[in-house]
Design a protein around this ligand. Structure first.
Ligand SMILES: [Zn+2]
Length: 214
């Protein structure tokens, strides 16, 4: 099962990815983690990526695809993968398609986690983090159980809202996501690969819809 997972911040992508990993026994390949790992391992491509990032630039597509190629060659990816955070542009989608065609392992599906923007906004602005143990709660969807503030997990005096989760920042993050993702949605729909999954509501129900879509 070879999947690209598309989902806005707050869409529950991380949770559902974990469930697909458990269900299909395939790894999640998150390009952010991949990049950090390649840099830490000091591979040829990792060194190149580090030099680019140290100069304050974005890692180019060829380098990123090289790092993805190396990752896909590892044994745990033989049965498939969930690609997360890549592609972000149509050019990257073309590059990925060419790489996978060369490897003889084309994508099976591109899953779009579909959540209404108002719902995303609510989920994201509701996030609160414990100052002491860093546990994350949501005042709307996952409030701390008694006793507050940290649900008895630690004795922190309060929870706080990360700057990343402020309303202005969230509005911008959602706009960026939307602008970036719309062309990819069109791209994969035109190729018959897109599976839009209603990702609102109960987590188990979303998983069931996801699995059915695959
Ligand atoms: Zn805590």
């Amino acid at each position: 099962m070879r999947i690209v997972l598309l989902g806005a911040p707050g869409s529950g992508k991380g949770t559902q990815a974990q469930r697909l990993i458990d269900r299909f026994g395939i790894p999640q390949i998150s390009t952010g983690d991949l990049l950090r790992a390649a840099v830490a391992a000091g591979t040829e491509l990792g060194k190149r990526a580090k030099a680019i990032m140290d100069a304050g630039n974005l890692v180019d597509d060829a380098t990123m695809l090289g790092i993805i190629r190396e990752r896909l060659a590892q044994p745990d990816a033989a049965r498939g993968f969930i690609l997360d955070g890549f592609p972000r542009t149509v050019a990257q989608a073309d590059g990925l398609a060419a790489l996978l065609a060369e490897l003889g392992t084309p994508l099976n599906a591109v899953v779009l986690m579909d959540v209404d923007r108002d719902q995303l906004f609510r989920r994201l602005t509701g996030r609160r983090t414990c100052r002491k143990c860093q546990r994350v709660f949501n005042v709307y969807t996952a409030p701390p159980s008694v006793p507050p503030p940290c649900g008895g997990q630690c004795d922190a005096p309060d929870l706080f809202q990360r700057l990343d989760d402020s309303e202005a920042t969230i509005g911008k993050r959602l706009d960026v996501y939307q602008a970036q993702t719309a062309p990819l949605v069109d791209y994969y729909r035109a190729r018959g690969l897109l599976r839009a999954v209603d990702a609102e509501g109960d987590i188990d129900a979303v998983t069931a819809r996801l699995v059915a879509a695959l």
